[in-house]
Design a protein around this ligand. Structure first.
Ligand SMILES: Nc1ncnc2c1ncn2[C@@H]1O[C@H](COP(=O)(O)OP(=O)(O)OP(=O)(O)O)[C@@H](O)[C@H]1O
Length: 540
């Protein structure tokens, strides 16, 4: 038996009286991988924040219970102390500096998290440091992970799927690292990229480093973890070896009921598409989004359909809605209901009845320091005058806070957003619940055309179908046309009427959702294109 590295005893945490962790106890041996799973809001990130000494814990009154590392009681007041004790953490959100190269980012000191400070320190380091040595050292760590990544590439030019590898490389190059916490590292990766990451995690564990791995993709948990800890409502409901545990069983432990039945709820009833009724069209669209460049893309969206957009990471699928919505520089032409709409003008696009749920929920999706009801209602109020009461023929206008609250309460119920109420700040919600607020915010705009990007990223297994069902329902009941971008092909096939595959920034083909999986693979990998006559044109 290996030596015990980590022991948690009766760890508890409350935020202003809201108990989010209760009596959490478990152990982890050296060189082993522990899978930490639980529904959105179960307390996984909070637990890891305690372990890593994140400031938010001390600022909110600390925690209860004891943590032992190599048998010694530890209590980290800040991440620097955790790092010095040999713990590394890769967060859900990236902390890389876009203007620096891959090598420079790998060689950064993890303890410094503010970019301005990092830039200063790194500037100094570079004066005295041997650059070829930095590159070599970074290249060797990246090599350990088994990925192809040029060390001189600027991080801003690295596709999002590869950024995770840079974060991890940065963690493992530190000497003395004993434990790495990976909070949903595969959420932004395609299946093949995730596969590479899982393999490198195994290699890392075999070299003696212990890993705590948080993922909503339960298949990853069963395939790689030695043991599993299931959190439900802040308490450990199961701690056991992963051997012989099925994905179905884990899902059941997580939600405390059988989720299989809910998966079956995903009834496919596709829309009949009228190809004469084009609601939206792009002509020769290009988008300059780093790592997701779109080139010369012409595409028609039919009224009432759910159109899926798939493709490998970095091939441009994310660039499409981001460019259309004016978040990254774009050119070419776009038409909504046969009327040209100016590009690079978000307000104008929203005004015309389009809405967007971004994949970057913290960056562009939410007003983090505002409560849930404001987040849900704000855009609808600004753009469409919703929640505004007019008196005296519009001379006096009043914000209708009551209506806004009521609307938020309805969405909290419909989307099962886990929160203390509609006045809770968005910042204090768990990642998956923030994602649900982003959806509610778009729904509240009553759009005619809704773009959603990676809608179930970071959403737990029980809530995934809920989110997809909410989109289906919205499409059916309101007749809203939906364009959904996702890295999960199966998700696209379960919801879309047609699936567009994007490769090298262009449309490589449009397939029905029930087309052969091999055909999707061929288009995604750029082996062939499908022309307007529906024939395959081989490219390699
Ligand atoms: N700073 C904070 N202030 C108040 N409440 C918070 C704070 N941080 C987290 N919470 C609450 O703690 C609970 C647990 O959140 P946590 O982020 O740990 O969940 P999680 O299991 O990581 O979820 P997800 O899978 O969605 O990322 C949530 O109900 C959240 O609202």
């Amino acid at each position: 038996m290996k030596d015990e590295l980590l022991r948690l005893e009766n760890v508890g945490k409350d935020f202003n009286g809201n108990q989010v962790l209760k009596d959490v106890s478990f152990t982890l041996e050296e060189g082993k991988i522990l899978g930490l799973v639980g529904e959105n809001g179960a307390g996984k990130s909070t637990l890891m924040n305690i372990l890593f000494g994140m400031n938010v814990i001390a600022e909110t009154g600390g925690y209860e219970g004891n943590i032992y590392l190599n048998g010694e009681k530890v209590e980290f007041d800040n991440p620097v102390e955790a790092l010095n004790a040999g713990i590394g953490m890769v967060h859900q959100e990236f902390s890389l500096i876009p203007g620096f190269t891959v090598a420079e980012n790998v060689l950064l000191n993890m303890e410094i998290t503010k970019s301005s400070v990092i830039s200063k320190i790194l500037g100094k380091r570079l004066e005295t440091v041997d650059l070829p040595k930095i590159r070599k050292s970074a290249a060797s760590v990246i090599d350990t992970l088994g990925v192809q990544l040029g060390t001189d590439t600027l991080v801003s030019e690295v596709p999002v799927g590869y950024k995770q590898f840079i974060e991890i490389a940065r963690e493992i190059r530190r000497e003395k690292v004993k434990l790495i916490i990976l909070d949903e590292p595969t959420a932004v990766l395609t299946e093949s990229e995730a596969e590479i990451l899982l393999k490198s995690m195994r290699r890392l564990a075999d070299s003696g480093v212990s890993i705590i791995f948080i993922s909503h993709r339960l298949r990853e948990i069963t395939s790689i973890c030695d043991s599993i800890v299931v959190l439900r409502d802040g308490a450990v409901v199961v701690e056991r070896p992963t051997k012989d545990v099925s994905v179905h069983q884990i899902a059941k432990w997580m939600v405390g009921r059988d989720v299989d039945k809910e998966e079956n709820k995903a009834v496919k009833s596709f829309n009949t598409i009228n190809k004469e009724d084009v609601i939206f069209e792009t002509k020769n669209l290009w988008v300059d989004m780093p790592g997701e460049v779109v080139k010369d893309l012409s595409l028609k969206v039919y009224r009432g359909e759910i159109l899926g957009i798939g493709g490998l990471a970095g091939q441009g699928k994310l660039g499409i809605p981001n460019g259309i919505m004016g978040l990254f520089e774009a050119g070419g032409e776009i038409y909504f209901e046969n009327k040209p709409i100016p590009l690079n003008n978000t307000f104008e696009v929203l005004k015309n009845g389009l809405a967007f749920v971004s994949e970057d929920r913290r960056g562009v999706g939410l007003l983090l320091d505002e409560p849930i009801d404001w987040n849900i209602g704000f855009n609808a109020m600004q753009v469409h005058n919703r929640f505004i009461k007019s008196y005296l023929g519009g001379i006096i206008k009043w914000r209708d806070d009551k209506a806004m609250r009521k609307c938020a309460q309805d969405y909290i119920k419909a989307l099962e957003i886990k929160c203390t109420g509609e006045r809770q700040l968005a910042r204090n919600l768990s990642g998956g619940n923030q994602q649900k607020v982003c959806l509610a915010k778009a729904f509240a705009m009553n759009p005619k055309l809704l773009f959603v990007s990676e809608p179930t990223r970071g959403i737990d297994v029980g809530a995934k179908e809920l989110v997809l069902d909410a989109l289906r329902k919205y499409n059916k009941e309101n007749g809203t046309t939906i364009v959904i971008v996702s890295s999960e092909l199966e998700e696209l096939r379960s919801i879309s009427d047609r699936v567009v595959v994007v490769c090298e920034g262009k449309v490589f083909g449009i397939l029905p959702p029930d087309a052969d999986a091999t055909d999707f693979g061929l288009l995604m990998s750029g082996e062939c294109q499908i022309n307007e006559e529906g024939e395959k044109v081989w490219l390699r």
